[in-house]
Design a protein around this ligand. Structure first.
Ligand SMILES: Nc1ncnc2c1ncn2[C@@H]1O[C@H](COP(=O)(O)OP(=O)(O)OP(=O)(O)O)[C@@H](O)[C@H]1O
Ligand SMILES: [Mg+2]
Length: 168
């Protein structure tokens, strides 16, 4: 179990959503805008959008059991080498990521539909990890590597203010 540490700095943003169908697009578009500011390559932004959207849908549907009042909290951190996203729900299950999926059998309906989200996420990001938070809830962490990207925005001076006394 990991200690929840929230950093509030110029390189971190948070989007807090109810579990309402369609609102995953808010997190998806926010992640794209933020990654664009950080200079993430265009094709990787498309990967990021799909991964964030699938993770938010899972958080709403499976973690929060579709209860609209249950929140999904998405934190994003624009590092110098990584773009990191945490999607937190109010559940406590650690799902199993399938190592392979026979897409052809799915398309041809020889296997039940669904069960593609986690597989897709794993294919699209450089690292994915699940954990339970000390204060309750389940988090999926997704990391996309960046090649020492620079941003035209003044993000680096007087940078770190920690909300709970730590740093990632
Ligand atoms: N945030 C979560 N909390 C609890 N269980 C989860 C979570 N995310 C995924 N799971 C579990 O892992 C399974 C696989 O998730 P995955 O996204 O691959 O497929 P799906 O959501 O069932 O279907 P699809 O994403 O293709 O519409 C889910 O059916 C669910 O049991
Ligand atoms: Mg899913």
């Amino acid at each position: 179990m990991k200690e929840k540490i929230t950093i509030l700095d110029k390189r971190t943003i948070e989007v807090n959503l109810p579990s309402v169908d369609g609102y995953e697009r808010i997190a998806m578009e926010s992640s794209a805008s933020f990654a664009k500011i950080g200079g993430l390559a265009r094709d990787r932004i498309e990967d990021l959008k799909t991964a964030v959207s699938e993770a938010c849908l899972n958080a709403m549907e499976h973690g929060n059991k579709g209860l609209p009042e249950a929140r999904v909290v998405v934190n994003m951190h624009l590092g110098h080498k990584n773009f990191r996203v945490w999607v937190k729900d109010e559940g406590n299950e650690i799902p199993h990521i399938p190592s392979t999926i026979d897409i052809r059998r799915k398309v041809e309906r020889l296997e039940p539909p669904g069960g593609l989200g986690l597989y897709l996420i794993q294919q699209l990001v450089d690292r994915v990890d699940f954990s339970e938070e000390a204060d309750g809830g389940h988090v999926i962490e997704m990391v996309l590597k960046m090649d020492n990207q620079t941003t035209p925005y003044p993000l680096d001076e007087n940078q770190t203010q920690t909300a709970m006394g730590g740093a990632r």
